[in-house]
Design a protein around this ligand. Structure first.
Ligand SMILES: [Zn+2]
Length: 168
């Protein structure tokens, strides 16, 4: 079981559904729970999923440089970039709700110890992209996908992955 809390540090309407979206994504039957991990929301939890403006995400992600654009997982903190939450990226060909689910599953995937897939991140044209592929930047001919693939679920289910890996 992984206990987490949610913090929304924005005020606009476009981000109003942040907490509900995160909670729904992390308990969805298509999500990481297929790998045997139960995500439980708890206000005293050690792990934090936070939505913040780019300058604050930059700070939360140190020593990573996210160029004010990306999101990150940094130790116990999953910091999601509010600008991406609002607009997705030009490279993303799916819907905005699907982008948000992908962002949550990708960064929480890092929290659970999963890495980006080996290159090429898109195994073949028109395949579903792995959720741990960097879909915000480049789909490389893959179809957008917010949910972990069976192979990614298997990786998680092996349970030998470190939780909340520190920066390397
Ligand atoms: Zn990543």
């Amino acid at each position: 079981m992984v206990r987490y809390r949610i913090d929304r540090r924005t005020r606009d309407a476009a981000t109003a559904e942040f907490a509900a979206t995160v909670a729904a994504t992390l308990t969805d039957a298509r999500g990481w729970q297929r790998g045997g991990v139960r995500m439980v929301r708890d206000v005293r939890a050690p792990y934090l999923v936070v939505l913040a403006e780019p300058d604050e995400v930059q700070r939360l992600c140190r020593p990573y440089d996210i160029y004010r654009r990306y999101s990150c997982q940094n130790g116990p903190v999953v910091a999601l970039n509010a600008e991406r939450w609002r607009h997705a990226t030009p490279e993303w060909t799916g819907s905005l709700p699907a982008y948000r689910q992908m962002l949550v599953n990708h960064e929480v995937g890092h929290l659970l110890g999963l890495h980006h897939p080996p290159s090429p991140q898109c195994p073949r044209p028109r395949a579903l992209a792995p959720v741990m592929a960097q879909q915000s930047t480049e789909l490389n001919g893959c179809r957008p996908n917010p949910w972990p693939l069976p192979t990614e679920v298997q990786l998680l289910a092996r349970h030998d992955l470190p939780l909340a890996p520190p920066p390397d």
